[in-house]
Design a protein around this ligand. Structure first.
Ligand code: RAM
Length: 346
């Protein structure tokens, strides 16, 4: 987001433009349908992210095997403004459901409210939007566990003391921000008194920016021991920088990475271990949540149950933000012992 606008100003500006349109649409607009030709859309954060491609691929497979049409979209830049344009167009196309991977927790609320008023079932996946903007959220794994586990990994790799840094996605990404909040809570425990978080850098899930932010961390903090990157783009960028600079073993990396992109860094020792879930399954689960919402099998309320194709049975639970969510399952740890088995899977 532009440095010249505060988040509050952005929300007000968007509401000023979108609210009258939303009221007009709800006053007589045709409702989106869920019949045989129904279209289900997923909007990822930005293009050029292999993780996002796999997640959208899983969504497409899940929608098509239920007999519907999937629309996969992502803006070039990971901003709320760019997603708003795509969302406006999906509302005009009268899609049955929108699965949003939010670039901002609050800023999409006016346009998502407009979608809801047009009869579209709106839910988030991977990176949540606020509870008022969604019926439920498809969460890849327990957010608290992800944050706390990554700090435990950094503690282990730093042998209990020294400087650590976080290389995140955008400063507005709600999934990364929630994980970072839990990292800070974990770091506040007495056990971590000798571990110092020196900086949180933002590579915006753009490869070049993530590389330059990783280089910046190494230049500014020569005693850095561990970089935690809770983003697949960031951790791969950190792996490349550590390798190119000959720092394998001196600065260790951990976080959330795609096995296909991280295998060489795990095999070289640059990344002793990292975590992730199956992004294809996250998207596939989202496809089943979307169809269940449109067909009225669930409303997104706590206790709602549904079957997600080959993944089996799921129940909607309460989310930490006060809304509801569906949890895919526990994250998986990748290390030198198992990476060869996974690098061709995702
Ligand atoms: C990046 C994206 C995505 C996140 C993964 C771990 O690819 O930010 O939203 O879930 O990392």
């Amino acid at each position: 987001m532009s440095k010249f606008f505060t988040k509050a100003a952005l929300v007000i500006a968007i509401m000023a433009i979108a609210l009258p349109v939303a009221l007009f649409a709800s006053g007589g607009g045709e409702k989106a349908g869920g019949g045989a030709g129904a279209k289900y859309a997923i909007v990822f954060k930005n293009t050029g992210n292999p993780y996002g491609d796999k997640q959208m691929g899983g969504f497409k497979a899940g929608i098509e095997e239920q007999g519907f049409t999937a629309i996969l979209q992502a803006p070039a830049q990971p901003t709320a403004e760019a997603q708003i344009q795509i969302l406006e167009s999906l509302i005009s196309q009268k899609v049955a459901a929108i699965c949003i991977v939010g670039n901002d927790f609050d800023a999409l609320q006016p346009v998502l409210t407009k979608a809801k008023n047009a009869g579209i079932k709106v839910f988030s996946l991977d990176s949540s939007v606020n509870p008022a903007s969604r019926l439920t959220h498809v969460n890849q794994a327990d957010s608290e566990k992800i944050g706390r586990t990554l700090v435990e990994a950094a503690f282990d790799m730093a042998k209990g003391s020294g400087d650590i840094a976080i290389l995140s996605a955008t400063s507005q990404a709600s999934n990364q921000n929630l994980w970072i909040d839990y990292m800070k809570k974990e770091l506040a425990l007495p056990k971590y008194a000798s571990l110092k978080l020196v900086k949180i850098a933002y590579g915006d899930d753009l490869r070049d920016k993530s590389v330059s932010e990783a280089e910046g961390l190494l230049a500014s903090f020569p005693n850095l021991k561990v970089i935690i990157a809770p983003t697949t783009v960031g951790i791969a960028a950190a792996g490349k920088v550590i390798t190119d600079k000959g720092l394998i073993g001196k600065v260790l990396i951990t976080g959330l990475g795609l096995p296909s992109e991280m295998a060489s860094y795990i095999e070289s020792g640059a990344c002793p271990y990292m975590f992730l879930w199956n992004p294809i399954d996250v998207g596939y689960l989202g496809a089943y949540v979307g169809v269940a919402l449109v067909q009225g099998k669930i409303t997104g309320a706590v206790g709602d149950k549904f079957k997600a194709g080959r993944l089996g049975d799921y129940t909607i639970t309460k989310a930490p933000d006060g809304g509801t969510e569906v949890l895919l399952g526990p994250p998986f740890k990748f290390d030198a012992k198992n990476i060869a088995d996974w690098k061709t899977v995702y």
